[in-house]
Design a protein around this ligand. Structure first.
Ligand code: HEM
Length: 480
């Protein structure tokens, strides 16, 4: 019988360094790989000391599903250098906790809905419109390239941002809009600061203060400043227009109305900086996550041409000629859906979501969790567990289907890459719909082949807060 204060097991700790040496030995580049390896010895609920931080890592899927859905674990860890992105305050959705998070999240979801976000038909119309533009853009890019070779790792991001921005900001951008391309580049660079330096800054918060350049914090500061400036300018533009209250046309207009309403109520959460960070939250994760997943989908199609052929044949026989499947039609395309699930599993762009924290002291599975305990779920372990997945390193959509073909239970595990409980991803429906509509339209219209003049593209990701494939090209030809 465990005592009331028993803590989850973990490796022996050294003074000051905690388990940093064991973590670095397990994998010096990717924390999710290091945690996975250590969990094989210490179990699905493991306690590590990462420098000064005490962290509980959840690697067992069933525990994740149960534990992270509980309200007591619905807090988000938010300390140290991470606060730099929000004026050193608790602001926005991703990194707040408790009542403020609850109010902000509800306000955002409710008001975005007025502009189509989460409304099935309106959202699908918006995405499908943007998919059409994207196909035209691909065709013209091919016409301008001399050997049909296209760089893929950032191909989708601007188009996906357009989908989101038509609801958030009430406008879309051309595919060569220089300001937006610059911002997307800054976002890409910002995500890549989630590397070894950021891990050190997490482990030893003072390093962020004394070695900002080495830990990447100086770059983060610069990139975040650019974002804040950009959104402030958009606020100013909407204010100059003067119609945000009388004829609102976007989520930003709803925010401005709310800011004005609460101008003399400093205790309200609806202040300018708060909504500015909320919009940055949406901007920063909205296109990177889905964009990197779609780039992985094309990478897998290039590396597994037979899968690509199967997907094409399935779509083409159900939707011949110029027609394209709608989101509802996905039930007619099980192999295509299974390919997207397999992409989410093996591509897995958010293996370590932003850590949660215990909102109060509590017990779980016989272990004690003091208030503020940092809890990290490792999706990598859930999606690559060799005891659950046969040959997990292989890209094999068939693993999700029986011979009928009906979906096997395995699909549920992948569908939870969007998280658990009340804190589940705000953009889940948008992401799932976008993945299906962009992917099916691309494979129906284009053939993607390996560019043999370049080295075989690697499946190993670039490090970052959100993982992305390394730069690669594909030879693309139109099927029409
Ligand atoms: C393939 C695409 C995506 C994946 C894999 C993904 C994954 C995740 C995960 C794992 C979390 C943490 C959930 C938790 O703590 O339980 C999260 C949170 C979040 N995601 Fe996504 N996401 C994706 C796309 C999007 C999109 C398109 C948006 C834009 C609207 C978005 C907005 C958010 C926000 C705002 C949160 C914070 C929610 C909160 O803390 O309450 N995500 N996402």
């Amino acid at each position: 019988m465990r005592s009331g204060k028993h803590r989850p097991p973990g490796p022996r700790r050294l003074p000051l360094l905690g388990n940093m040496i064991q973590i670095a030995k397990a994998n010096p580049f990717f924390s999710h790989l290091a945690f996975h390896k250590l969990s094989e010895k210490f179990g699905g609920l493991m306690r590590l000391k990462v420098g000064f931080q005490d962290v509980v890592v959840v690697s067992d899927f069933k525990i994740m599903q149960d534990m992270l859905a509980k309200d007591v674990f619905s807090g988000r860890h938010f300390e140290g250098y991470m606060k730099e992105r929000s004026f050193k305050k608790d602001l926005g959705i991703i990194f707040t906790s408790g009542e403020m998070w609850n109010v902000l999240r509800k306000f955002t979801v409710k008001n975005l809905r007025d502009y189509g976000f989460g409304r099935k038909q309106t959202m699908e119309n918006t995405i499908s419109g943007e998919v059409k533009q994207f196909l035209t853009y691909l065709k013209s890019s091919l016409a301008n390239s001399n050997n049909n070779s296209l760089r893929v790792e950032r191909l989708f991001h601007l188009s996906l941002l357009n989908v989101l921005w038509s609801m958030v900001g009430g406008k879309t951008f051309s595919h060569d809009d220089p300001q937006l391309l610059r911002l997307l580049k800054i976002n890409e660079d910002l995500m890549k600061t989630g590397n070894f330096g950021a891990n050190l800054a997490f482990a030893f918060p003072l390093l962020a203060v004394y070695l900002p350049s080495y830990t990447g914090i100086a770059d983060q500061r610069k990139f975040n400043g650019t974002f804040q400036e950009y959104i402030r300018e958009i606020f100013a533009e909407h204010r100059r227009n003067g119609k945000f209250a009388s004829q609102p046309s976007s989520f930003i207009d709803a925010c401005l109305t709310e800011i004005e309403k609460n101008a003399h109520n400093p205790s309200s959460y609806m202040q300018e900086e708060q909504l500015l960070i909320t919009i940055i939250d949406l901007f920063q994760v909205g296109s990177e996550t889905t964009g990197n997943t779609l780039s992985y989908a094309i990478l897998f199609m290039v590396l597994y041409p037979q899968v690509q052929q199967n997907v094409f044949e399935e779509i083409n026989s159900a939707f011949p000629g110029d027609s394209l499947p709608t989101y509802e039609d996905r039930t007619l395309l099980p192999y295509t859906e299974a390919t997207i699930l397999e992409t989410l599993r093996l591509g897995n762009v958010v293996p370590l979501p932003p850590p949660r924290k215990a909102m109060s002291s509590c017990s779980y599975a016989g272990y004690f969790f003091p208030k503020e305990t940092i809890v990290t779920m490792n999706f990598y372990s859930a999606l690559m567990d060799e005891k659950y997945w046969e040959d997990p390193y292989n890209f094999r959509p068939e693993r999700f289907l029986d011979s009928s073909p009906n979906f096997l239970d395995k699909r549920k595990r992948v569908e939870q890459v969007f998280g658990f409980g009340k804190r589940i991803c705000v953009g889940e429906d948008l992401a799932k719909m976008s993945l299906f509509l962009y992917f099916s339209a691309c494979i129906k219209n284009f053939d993607f082949k390996r560019d043999i003049s370049e080295p075989t593209p690697s499946m190993v990701p670039l490090p970052g807060f959100i993982l992305s494939p390394q730069s690669f090209t594909a030879l693309v030809s139109s099927r029409q």
